[in-house]
Design a protein around this ligand. Structure first.
Ligand code: SLL
Length: 149
């Protein structure tokens, strides 16, 4: 399973978070001081399934959370939680075994509050980024996998 020296393959990803102020409707187990419900995610462009090349995504939350390392082993690669504060989330992307690639790290600053103060009443907050994962010199098997899409 040799690496193909002359090739690099890129795949677009979208990652970030959405958040909403909690009203009267709260998850039963949400602590009283929690004000928001939020979702952190990593997905393909236009919701393309990325599980043919991504095996698992590990979200590392702030240490104020119980079990702050959250492992998601199947799509959708996302996690919903409640909380009160903004903090940096580590996003570790593990590729399928055939890839023989190292873990890739993204970081995302969780946003709960609108930064555009001209639209303070905005219901849902979104902080989303686009990026491209580049596989340099993929091995032959992984190249085949990537080429199935
Ligand atoms: C701050 N730097 O001080 C940030 C830290 C921590 C956020 C925010 C709840 C955790 C829990 C939560 O929202 N932590 O109660 O499980 O603003």
């Amino acid at each position: 399973n040799k690496r193909i020296k002359t090739i690099s393959v890129s795949r677009p990803v979208v990652y970030g978070n959405t958040a909403k102020k909690m009203g009267d409707v709260r998850p039963a187990n949400a602590p009283v001081e929690h004000t928001h419900v939020w979702t952190i995610f990593l997905r393909g462009l236009e919701n393309e399934d990325v599980s043919y090349y991504i095996k698992q995504v590990v979200f590392k939350l702030h240490d104020t959370y119980p079990n702050p390392t959250r492992i998601v082993t199947a799509p959708p690669f996302e996690l919903t939680e409640t909380g009160w504060g903004e903090f940096d989330i580590g996003i570790k992307v593990h590729f399928v075994d055939a890839a023989n690639e190292k873990v890739l790290n993204f970081y995302h600053r969780l946003r709960l509050h609108p930064y555009d103060m001209s639209k303070p009443s905005q219901e849902e907050i979104e902080s989303v980024f686009y990026d491209e994962i580049v596989f340099n010199e993929p091995n032959e098997r992984f190249f085949q996998v990537l080429m199935t899409r």
